[in-house]
Write a protein that binds this ligand. Structure first.
Ligand code: HEM
Length: 212
């Protein structure tokens, strides 16, 4: 691992813990800042950070494609795991504050409230990605299968935006911003895929002798 990445990793790790630290600080030392509905705010903040980390981790590949900075990919795993971590906190805060550990209400919410259904699917899809994020799992599954599995993050990101969109009642500005950002990130990937496919076709056409 290049030395600057080695130094930056613990710093990025600490930075990623920032939102949690800010929330804990507010809970223990500055409760007025949590407003009239602290439990609701905790669920919202953890939900916000889940979606932000999903989008930040999805930014690494486009950033590498545009800038040529290959080292940014080394942060992708950590950022993805933080997305899962905040997703877990979000789910726990929902179980704790919204349904008060009532399994029947949870099941009813998941099956009957579309905004909870999509949030739940988005979260469940993150579990195998977090579990298989290690090098050992890449070896076990093989690169191709691992890559296919990890494409589930695109579904999580889309469902995460839909979840947010369906949750807001009137002002859709915030989910719209996330939707546009996600659209840009996915468009860059599609454009790159198209470029690779076209290059491969041009190469295949230029090599007819090898194919017979
Ligand atoms: C187990 C799955 C999930 C459940 C049960 C769940 C539940 C909830 C609930 C109840 C709220 C509203 C809180 C309130 O009204 O005060 C909420 C908000 C939100 N959730 Fe989730 N969620 C889940 C998964 C996710 C995932 C995977 C993401 C992101 C990828 C996400 C992102 C958000 C966002 C952005 C908000 C709105 C925050 C805001 O208004 O600022 N949620 N969620």
């Amino acid at each position: 691992m290049p030395a600057p990445v080695k130094v930056a990793k613990p710093l990025v790790f600490l930075l990623c813990l920032g939102p949690l630290a800010a929330l804990l600080w507010a809970i223990f030392f500055n409760q007025e800042s949590l407003g009239a509905d602290p439990p609701g705010l905790i669920t919202d903040r953890t939900g916000d950070w889940t979606l932000r980390f999903v989008l930040i981790s999805l930014t690494m590949t486009p950033l590498r494609l545009i800038t040529g900075w290959n080292w940014v990919i080394r942060f992708r795993r950590m950022l993805g795991l933080f997305a899962f971590f905040y997703g877990l906190l979000h789910f726990i805060s929902y179980i704790w504050f919204t349904v008060n550990f009532d399994i029947h209400t949870t099941i009813e919410d998941i099956t009957k409230r579309p905004f909870i259904t999509v949030g739940f699917i988005a979260f469940v899809l993150m579990i195998p990605l977090a579990v298989t994020s290690t090098k050992k799992w890449i070896g076990r599954l093989g690169g191709k299968r691992w890559n296919t599995l990890h494409k589930a993050i695109y579904i999580t990101s889309i469902l995460g935006v839909i979840h947010f969109w369906w949750r807001v009642k009137s002002d859709i500005t915030k989910p719209l911003i996330y939707a546009v950002l996600l659209g840009i990130l996915l468009a860059i990937r599609l454009w790159n895929l198209f470029k690779i496919r076209r290059k491969a076709t041009v190469y295949d056409r230029a090599q007819p002798a090898h194919r017979s």
